[in-house]
Design a protein around this ligand. Structure first.
Ligand SMILES: [Zn+2]
Ligand SMILES: [Zn+2]
Length: 364
């Protein structure tokens, strides 16, 4: 009997994506087999593609990227009751162990034995969705209403990040909110804040086009274009203080109760601390250099909280509802669409970062 195969985009190393036939696995009892219809590409995929690694995770065996996906259920494992063939789902790419202390107390994003789709963190890697067929635990395949398109479905995962970040921030509707970084995650965080009734959002970025986009989408009331580097001879510390002052003056001198930092850049983290109101909260969403110089003194004297976030737990349902109800419009964020066969081309575009790129999605 000949083995069944399907097409996959395999990353063999830096800038080396090949379309190949791979063996098709049948779903395990707790899994569903999914035909991915749309996969969003983000910074993580970009790192794997451009360098053949993401931080300390190196591509040793061919890796199928893709962890922001929506697709159609084409087969179900013997134990699966909640899903059936033909169902449309958004895929939550986390594969927690479901047995450790975090998993049994609802903090499964912090699972000690976490595996993640489209990541080389495990060896052999856990393959992602840039392929024609893909098996995933039914528990982490969330039903998608017919009113949500496939490409919108691919934005559920990054929106789940934003929902978790805003939840951790303790944001209130009357807060003044500062979002540092107007990329996809920053825009989605602003959108979630808006859905909570926030009327005062300032967004900051180095790219004026992104800021204009945020404003045009109604996600920012005020914007501030931050220069890439300090003035000549200006100390970093002074630069951060000066930027914070300018950002606050843009907001009619009002300090920010909630700061959502989506760049991971040390300067921006410090600007966030300086711009925070007493008892304000700085949420660290962006993943930057693991070692940074942070003005803890400035935070301490005003009881500013630094809050970390790691992916999400139990936020996919909320993210899907936000899209389905129209409270968060994700369609305008999808600026580039490619077919699975153009996976390498799509990844090249994400690496090249054209000015109009917000989110690139691969459909099949
Ligand atoms: Zn991602
Ligand atoms: Zn666990």
């Amino acid at each position: 009997m000949s083995e069944t195969t399907h097409l996959a985009a395999l990353l063999h190393g830096a800038k080396d994506v090949r379309l190949e036939q791979v063996p098709t696995a049948a779903p395990l009892p707790h899994q569903v087999q999914i035909r991915p219809r749309a996969t969003g590409i983000c910074g993580t995929d970009m790192h794997y593609y451009s360098a053949g690694k993401n931080g300390m995770f190196v591509v040793k065996n061919p890796l199928v990227l893709g962890h922001e996906a929506a697709g159609e259920v084409v087969a179900v494992g013997s134990d699966v009751k909640a899903l059936k063939v033909g169902d449309r789902v958004a895929i939550e790419p986390q594969r927690p162990c479901s047995e450790c202390k975090q998993c049994t107390t609802g903090l499964y994003n912090l699972c000690s034995n976490m595996k993640f789709s489209g990541s080389a963190s495990a060896d052999p890697p856990v393959q992602g969705s840039l392929q024609e067929l893909y098996c995933h635990a039914a528990e982490y395949a969330h039903p998608l209403p017919d009113s949500v398109s496939w490409t919108e479905g691919a934005i559920v995962e990054p929106l789940a990040v934003a929902v978790h970040a805003v939840k951790r921030s303790g944001l209130q509707a009357d807060n003044s909110v500062l979002v540092l970084g107007a990329g996809a995650i920053g825009l989605l965080c602003a959108a979630v804040a808006r859905s909570k009734g926030v009327k005062n959002i300032e967004m900051v970025d180095v790219d004026p086009a992104r800021l204009e986009f945020a404003k045009a989408q109604g996600l920012a009331d005020t914007i501030f274009n931050i220069p890439l580097r300090p003035n000549e001879g200006e100390e970093k510390v002074d630069f951060c203080m000066r930027m914070a002052k300018d950002i606050i003056s843009q907001n009619k001198e009002r300090l920010f109760e909630t700061i959502i930092e989506c760049t991971g850049v040390e300067t921006c983290v410090n600007i966030g601390i300086h711009a925070a109101a007493p008892r304000g909260r700085v949420v660290l969403v962006g993943m930057g250099s693991p070692m940074q110089s942070i003005r803890v003194g400035s935070a301490a004297v005003r009881e500013v909280d630094l809050i970390s976030v790691w992916r999400y737990a139990s936020t996919f349902g909320t993210a899907i509802d936000l899209i389905a109800s129209g409270k968060v419009a994700v369609k305008p964020l999808v600026t580039h669409v490619f077919q699975l066969k153009q996976a390498a081309e799509a990844l090249d575009v994400v690496v090249a970062k054209p000015a109009d790129l917000i989110k690139c999605v691969i459909v099949s």
